[in-house]
Design a protein around this ligand. Structure first.
Ligand code: ZN
Length: 322
């Protein structure tokens, strides 16, 4: 797989360090979901193990193919199970034991800790010890959306690599990767909802039914601002969506609105009905805090009553447009 253009610089830094035998044994690859953290980790794992001596992994040797297929015995991944919010401590322990044994092949062992913000304190401590004394030829790659949500002693043991995509890079990628010429409105709204995440922008712009859902959500937010519906009338609509996605999308809508009102940035066409309204900025920030807090609680595995959460947020949104 070709490298994503916005990752080239970060990759070169790692590649050079690897060639000079100075790549740290613990890397923290940070970036929003949809920026391609996993692809970056895969590329590093292939660089470390590719059978052909080149600066970029060849992508077609036995090892590269096995890593791509997640079937390489010295490539390990831990992540939260689909129905769990935290990474299981047993999975972490098993991985540490495996890493302490000698490598299966002649190459380098690579362990990926996916969604590292979901590590419990116990798991973080176990991994902290490993980062202090890594077994020979072993590299730990932590993938995270936000280093602030990880135990700081662990972060300080790692070299942090920030993956970022500008909006120009996102648009260029989407234009190139979509087979049919993209619907500009679909791309514009996807970019607003997933800033800095070209892969998510691409997948949303291609997903008409999901786009429809978010367009409906935005329509309802506009109706609320117009005081044409009651905040409690749309709780059910929100409850049927992924809580985390609604939180993220709502934050982006709010960010776009604030940037338009305070900094003269363009208001997204779907939010145009909000342009005419007076609004209370202090309440915008209150809602922002509520959404952030709810996201942080989700990350920590704190469950709360969604209906209450949505009632609070919708009421706050309603009050913004006094
Ligand atoms: Zn190869």
């Amino acid at each position: 797989m070709a490298m994503y253009p916005w990752q080239a610089q970060a990759y070169e830094v790692c590649e050079r360090a690897w060639r000079n035998k100075r790549l740290p044994h613990a890397l923290m690859i940070a970036g929003v979901p949809g920026v391609g953290r996993h692809a970056f980790a895969l590329r590093l794992a292939k660089l470390m193990n590719c059978q052909n001596e080149v600066s970029a992994p060849c992508g077609h040797c036995h090892t590269c193919l096995a890593i791509d297929a997640s079937q390489y015995p010295d490539y390990h991944v831990v992540k939260p199970a689909a129905d769990k919010s935290a990474i299981a401590i047993d999975d972490v322990r098993t991985m540490i034991e495996t890493l302490s044994a000698s490598a299966w092949g002649a190459g380098t062992k690579v362990a990926v800790i996916d969604t590292a913000e979901q590590l419990s304190l116990a798991s973080s401590n176990a991994l902290l010890k490993l980062t202090e004394e890594p077994p020979k030829d072993t590299y730990l790659l932590f993938l995270t959306a936000d280093t602030d949500l990880i135990v700081q002693t662990l972060v300080s043991r790692c070299q942090v690599i920030h993956l970022k995509a500008t909006s120009e890079e996102t648009l260029a990628y989407v234009a190139k990767s979509m087979s049919a010429s993209p619907d500009s409105q679909a791309v514009a709204v996807s970019s607003m909802l997933h800033p800095g995440a070209p892969l998510n922008v691409e997948s949303l712009a291609n997903d008409a039914s999901k786009l429809d859902t978010w367009q409906n959500f935005i329509k309802h937010l506009c109706l609320l601002a117009d005081k044409r519906i009651d905040p409690l009338a749309i709780i059910d609509k929100l409850s049927s969506q992924s809580t985390q996605q609604v939180l993220i999308v709502w934050q982006q809508i709010l960010a776009n609105f604030i940037a338009a009102k305070l900094a003269g940035k363009a208001l997204h066409p779907w939010l145009e009905p909000l342009a005419k309204h007076k609004f209370r900025i202090a309440l915008c920030y209150s809602l922002w805090d509520m959404l952030c807090q709810a996201r942080a609680q989700m990350v920590k595995g704190i469950t709360r009553n969604n209906s209450l959460l949505w009632a609070d947020c919708l009421t706050m949104w309603y009050r913004i447009f006094a």
